[in-house]
Design a protein around this ligand. Structure first.
Ligand code: UDP
Ligand code: MG
Length: 170
């Protein structure tokens, strides 16, 4: 099988609960490698695009607030973003992450171990992981610039940033 890349986000609740180390230890069981990492404070627009498949759900606005860290407050109004890379990366990471609903997730998964359902009904499930190849590509391009990854995953084109030569997705 060809190597795949997948986006992982440690959501604001994961940061507030000091779970970064635990989450990364669990993900290391996959033997995948990290090819991109950054801390991000996404604007509303980016999060709305990230979760565009859920825009008609009643919980959409609360979900966007959640990923922006508005429910967890400063200094947790941010996420850690990673690109994991290797064979079958998308499925391997989803398996370790567990089901969307933390009450239904296997107890040994990240979401089963650390997630909860908020009183509002929103699933506070600690991490995001891409669900299929098309989503992974879309999400990685949304959260990372070409030169923030150490593997050339997708075609890129030269551009200028602050009058300096840079790269953008083609
Ligand atoms: N979510 C929720 N309630 C639902 C479905 C989704 O609160 O009924 C939230 C949850 O935080 C989830 C995110 O919306 O992680 C994105 O939903 P998606 O269906 O893409 O699930 P995922 O890919 O994260 O497992
Ligand atoms: Mg999803």
């Amino acid at each position: 099988m060809q190597k795949q890349a997948t986006l992982v986000l440690i959501k604001p609740d994961g940061l507030k609960k000091s779970l970064t180390g635990n989450i990364m230890s669990k993900l290391a069981e996959s033997k995948l490698v990290i090819i991109g990492a950054r801390v991000a404070r996404p604007d509303r627009k980016l999060v709305e695009i990230h979760y565009q498949h859920l825009k008609d759900k009643p919980f959409f606005s609360g979900l966007v607030d959640y990923l922006q860290g508005k429910l967890h407050g400063e200094p947790y109004d941010r996420v850690l973003a990673f690109v994991y890379y290797g064979e079958n990366a998308i499925e391997k990471v989803r398996k370790i992450v567990g089901a969307t609903n933390p009450e239904e997730a296997e107890p040994t998964t990240i979401r089963g171990s650390y997630g909860r359902i908020m009183t509002s009904g929103l699933f506070e499930n600690v991490v995001h992981a891409s669900s299929d190849p098309a989503d992974a590509e879309r999400e990685i391009k949304l959260w990372f610039k070409p030169d923030e990854l150490v593997v050339d995953l997708y075609p890129a084109k030269p551009c200028a940033h602050n009058n300096q030569p840079a790269l953008d997705w083609a």
